[in-house]
Design a protein around this ligand. Structure first.
Ligand code: MLT
Length: 402
């Protein structure tokens, strides 16, 4: 558990005649979780010390499953917007026993003084929540197709859209989007992962791709270089099928073009059952050894922990949805020869066992003018394992597009 996570027990007097946690009590548990979090951090008086009070202005709650007396709920809190006088906190409540998402909520606060006038959010609070003021480099929440996506943007110039793999999030691109000067780097959490909403249903490659197209519309971006890692590459293929003219260039990182073989489809279903029964932590434990190069695993515990933690916080609905979307995806090998007009870089870690270098070479051979970059010392996650070499290859490719 991190400091931003709080476990609370559901008591019988918080439940209705059917034994379900009632709505009023939900609200008070969300509130208690926020105060408990402050108690364990900068103190419950972090606002009043500076003469401020966080006045609640708006609440949106999505009730997903019933909770019952005795259930232990784990509340996670994330700051999704931080302005001068206002902030938005997203909270989720999951049942610890089965990691089921019980409810998610968004609370918008304005800090006010005793006369009700807006005053700045105490810096100590935002520092604790690990947020920075809203700026082009910070997380925005953009709603497309009824789903709230978390999006981070850095820099100015031709747009590059970074699409993460499974079960990951946009933070795998942290080092790249911070270092690729001269480009408008956009990193998004796909629906169901990271800080984006995770609906129970509605996952497929075409829905992920449609989300990206709608996101680009909202951002006013006509065409992009798409950079997809693994499942992000599958999404990029789907995007190409539907919006070919919007793709100025393509980076396929540790990805593959074939569809799932029958045994892989069965393994996807088994993994979905594991996620439902044992939660995201079990998926993270199973995936970690295959995600990273042996050298990363043995010599870089910080990297291993970062990757495990980000997989373990993926919502179960998003994991199950992504597994179904990958299982049912079309083959894209027939698309490769049609990429003549789309400059394409295929990148792969030299120690990737999930999508090995030989597979990358075969893709390059099928793409007219395709280029290859093999990143030494990386497994399935070059942007995290070898950030500098990955950024250097990306930079060289992006600059070559003119
Ligand atoms: C990914 O990293 O996105 C997955 O490993 C892709 C897959 O399982 O096919």
């Amino acid at each position: 558990m991190t400091l931003l996570e709080i476990d609370l027990v559901v008591y019988p007097d918080e439940c209705d005649a059917f034994g379900h946690l009632n709505q009023a009590s939900f609200l008070s548990l969300f509130e208690r979780a926020r105060w408990e979090m402050l108690r364990g951090g900068p103190g419950m008086d972090v606002f009043t010390r500076g003469g401020a009070w966080p006045a609640l202005r708006k609440t949106v709650i999505d009730y997903r499953a019933a909770a019952f007396p005795g259930d232990v709920l784990r509340f996670q809190q994330v700051l999704t917007h931080y302005g001068r006088t206002s902030f938005t906190m997203r909270q989720t409540a999951r049942r610890v026993r089965d990691d089921i998402l019980i409810a998610s909520a968004e609370f918008v606060f304005v800090c006010i003084d005793r006369d009700g006038r807006p005053i700045p959010v105490p810096q100590e609070f935002s520092e604790y929540m690990n947020a920075r003021p809203d700026s082009p480099g910070n997380v925005r929440r953009i709603t497309v197709h009824g789903v709230n996506l978390a999006v981070e943007e850095r820099g100015k110039g031709p747009a590059v859209l970074f699409v993460h793999g499974y079960p990951l999030d946009r933070t795998i691109w942290r080092e790249q989007i911070g270092a690729l000067e001269g480009f408008r780097c956009i990193a998004v959490d796909l629906r169901g992962m990271g800080q984006s909403d995770s609906p129970d249903l509605g996952y497929s490659m075409s829905i992920y791709a449609a989300d990206l197209a709608a996101l680009l519309d909202v951002l006013g971006v006509d065409d992009v270089v798409l950079c997809g890692l693994s499942m992000g590459g599958y999404v990029a293929f789907e995007f190409l099928r539907q919006w070919h003219s919007r793709v100025r260039g393509l980076v396929l990182m540790d990805s593959r073009a074939d569809a799932d073989a029958p045994e892989v489809r069965r393994a996807r279903d088994a993994a979905a059952a594991t996620a439902r029964e044992r939660g995201a932590g079990a998926i993270a434990d199973a995936m970690l050894p295959r995600m990273l190069a042996p050298a990363t695993l043995s010599r870089r515990p910080d990297v291993a922990e970062r990757v495990r933690a980000l997989m373990a916080r993926t919502p179960v609905a998003g994991i199950v949805g992504a597994l179904a979307a990958m299982r049912d995806r079309e083959e894209s090998e027939s698309l490769l020869p049609t990429l003549a007009g789309v400059p394409t870089l295929v990148m792969v870690g030299d120690a990737d066992t999930l999508t090995p270098p030989d597979q990358a070479r075969a893709m390059v051979a099928a793409i007219p003018g395709g280029r290859l970059a093999v990143i030494p010392g990386a497994g399935h996650l070059p942007p995290v394992e070898q950030p500098e070499a990955t950024t250097a290859s990306l930079r060289e490719f992006l600059r070559s597009l003119g």
